[in-house]
Design a protein around this ligand. Structure first.
Ligand code: NAD
Length: 356
């Protein structure tokens, strides 16, 4: 039982559908929203998927915009908003990962157009009211209910094309939301239940996906994990792990999902000293009695990148990263000191097991 004597819970209004092939119900969902003029969004590499979607929707698709990019550059958003106004779109359909979802949210922020998201990674952005945007090299993050998508269609057929390496890093990115949710200051019994179920879904299904990336049922279970973990991210506050990844991504241009995949075990090892009881489900699900080590072993078994050095971080930048990560105060179960963060980062850079 996960009862807490005191908590607050806020349900979030989002319509979620799961089914292999459910993307074919997009037209039905557009009509259900009372809309009839959808602008379909994607990144350049997923332009084919966007064109197929537009064909599928038929007359209710009035345009396709395929320039979504990582970290939601404001210049691209402004171009997309102009395009949406030009074609008189009354809703957006985002098909892709967190970058495409981000563009849909950024359009919604400026136009209030409703969004249908069809996720093709496990990032979880589709169920949060959070939007990160970049302008002149600076990333700012806002939380606004206006950007939370109205409808999410989880179609396991679409994640079969996610390359195995991205599958692993994207899944660890999703799991990080759940693991940090377990010790969040404002967690509640429902967020804890969802976090545990999300972690169990990934633990059970990822090995099957590794054996057969086209296993539709296992892919469906990974999307189920992504939904649960993303919902936790949307409900409760994150701490050291997410702050550290934000710093590494923003200041050293490291790739989003890969950075999460590498840092997770180290941040959790660090925090397990103060949040051992809250992190017990992690040890139960992934084995052993040390949650950081358990996550490290799980990531290693999946062939995930283990070291920041493998994903573009220079060793000489570690002290500056530690300075930046310790500069702004935020709540974390374990007090954060610059020297301990440096020790954490040194192990993460080398790909060693967690230092704490
Ligand atoms: P992504 O959306 O940038 O996708 C990476 C690449 O993989 C893209 O080229 C994409 O087109 C391609 N791709 C995606 N799905 C594919 C598939 N099934 N098959 C083949 N190729 C595919 O990566 P991401 O990790 O999903 O998203 C990262 C972005 O999302 C970051 O900008 C991050 O800040 C943001 N994010 C935001 C939130 C939030 O709540 N606001 C949460 C998580 C992530």
């Amino acid at each position: 039982m996960h009862f807490q004597p005191e908590f607050a819970f806020e349900g979030q209004p989002v319509r979620v559908r799961f089914a292999p092939g459910v993307r074919r119900c997009t037209g039905e969902e557009i009509a259900r929203l009372g809309c009839s003029r959808a602008l379909v969004l994607s990144t350049p590499p997923q332009a084919d998927a966007a064109m197929e979607m537009a064909q599928e929707i038929g007359d209710a698709a009035v345009g396709v915009f395929t320039k979504a990019a990582m970290h939601t550059p404001v210049a691209i958003t402004e171009e997309a908003v102009q395009h949406a106004r030009y074609v008189r779109a009354d809703c957006v359909v985002a098909i892709g990962g967190g970058s495409t979802t981000g563009l849909g949210k950024a359009i919604a922020l400026r136009t209030e157009l409703p969004q249908i998201v069809i996720p093709t990674t496990y990032a979880g952005s589709e169920v949060t009211a959070i939007l990160g945007q970049t302008e002149k090299g600076e990333k700012t993050t806002i939380t606004d209910p206006k950007v939370r998508p109205e409808v999410v269609l989880y179609d396991a057929e679409l994640v079969r094309s996610l390359p195995v390496a991205m599958t692993v890093t994207s899944a660890l990115n999703a799991m990080a939301h759940a693991v940090e949710g377990l010790y969040a200051q404002n967690r509640n019994p429902v967020s804890t239940l969802m976090a545990i179920e999300g972690l169990e879904a990934f633990a059970a299904s990822l090995p099957d996906v590794m054996r057969n990336p086209h296993d539709l049922e296992a892919r469906g279970a990974t999307l189920y994990g992504a939904w649960l973990c993303g919902t936790v991210l949307g409900q409760v506050g994150m701490a050291l792990h997410h702050k550290l990844c934000h710093t590494l991504g923003g200041s050293f241009d490291l790739p989003h999902a890969e950075t999460h995949a590498v840092v997770l075990a180290h941040a959790i090892g660090f925090n397990a000293r103060a949040a051992g009881r809250e992190l017990e489900p992690v040890s139960r699900i992934f084995g052993g009695d040390r949650p950081g080590q358990a996550l490290y072993d799980f990531a290693k078994s999946l062939g995930a990148p283990l070291g920041l050095r493998e994903i573009g971080m220079k060793e000489a930048d570690l002290p500056r990263a530690a300075d930046l990560a310790a500069a702004k105060p935020y709540w974390n179960p374990q007090p954060v000191s610059r020297d301990e963060i440096l020790k954490l980062l040194e192990a993460a850079w080398a790909g060693d097991p967690p230092a704490f």
